[in-house]
Design a binder for this molecule. Sequence first.
Ligand code: GLU
Length: 487
Amino acid sequence: MFNKDEVRTRFAPSPTGYMHVGNLRTALYAYLIAKSKGGKFILRIEDTDQERYVEGAVDIIYKTLKDTGLIWDEGPDIGGPVGPYIQSQRRDIYKKYAEELVERGGAYYCFCTKERLEEMRRIHEASGMPNKYDGHCRHLSKEEVNELLAKGVPYVIRQKIPETGETTFHDEVFGDITAPNETLDDNILIKTDGLPTYNFANVIDDHLMGITHVVRGIEYLSSTPKYNLLYEAFGWEIPTYIHCPPVMKDATQKLSKRNGDASYEDLINKGYLTEAVLNYIALLGWSPGGEREIYTLPEMVKVFDISGISKSPAIFDNNKLDWINGEYIRAMSLEKFHEIALPWIKKGVKSETDTKLIAEVLQPRCVKLSDIPEQLDFIDKLPDYSADLYVSKKMKTNYQNSLSSLKEAKAVLEKLTDWTRDNIHEALFGLAASLQVKNGIVLWPVRVALSGKQFTPGGAVEIAVMLGRDESLSRIDKGIELLKKVQ
Ligand code: GLU
């Protein structure tokens, strides 16, 4: 068994095939609540809805949690004292508890046919009423039930919601919530095929697994009165509820799978770092208080408190994610950055080049890794560009002085036998000094000639190193030709 005094939280995903940002945030908060109180974090797979089963989906859950460091203490793969941790392997348990609930008066057998239910639905719809079960089988006597069961008439087991009164529960984020019982439906707990519905299995498992804090998305808030009534009917202790606010794309739209920006994988594919994504997701609806926003997972464990969770919808802010990602990039060693940027650098540059230098140039400015290939697209091939790029008000460059700078630059660079960063730097800065002009008068045109672009990662010196001697001189020649035509 588990230790009854410890805090136990769970992440209970349904295997849908991808990890929605909101779900990952739920997992993170559940993990933080457990770990900040020295408790246990449990992984349970909720796969009762076999029609929605997606091949490989459980592996995505494992991988995402492992990548982000949300390591579970008990779960399907590692077991634990209250397993199995996959609902499809717990069928008999649910059936047994449903029958017990019938005995206790909290549930009843329902033998209504599909046709009857369909007819009822039509009538409700036509009269604009909510489609609630009408309680037809609620008052069958024990004898009537036994007779029908003996005949083998198909049945479901429904929850017996009190007909009057109201149900109140407390949520740590949303406060006290009350629902009149007459608005709650006698939902199915066990289906005709003997399998539990999601709502029933969830409550049974949370109780049997000793979950003290139920952390989940706000979409479950309206079902919670029914869960509460189940706990009461069994005489079980009610857990602490923590419902998390929705994650929105903007003021009106939820972040959805369809937009291709809702899942953890989408963000990683876009070139965000795992640590940055986790840090950003933590702040979607939780505030540690104060100005500080950069927190690693162990740091979050230290400061996390449920009272910091907000009930207002959290709007996904790409700019903020960019900023956090940049902070993590800046904070890592050059070696590490080079290692993670390398696949992206190779996407942008096929020719032989000094990738370490490129990484060094990119690191201070890089927002996300996926921006890298486009930033380097000029290396393999000089793009066609307009001579207007040579004209910069800020640098005080024009066609004429650019042309003469390129000619002078070519002369000093040609003399270099050793094509190193230091030598190129000295040659170009030395040239500006000897001509008694501002550095930009030389460096701007050289950078344009080398890249054919207005914005580049790194300046003229770094780009010359990236391109190598021959390519650099040939591009300066092309620049000279272009400028000659427009004089
Ligand atoms: N299985 C549910 C889901 O994936 C989670 C329900 C819960 O956490 O209570 O949305």
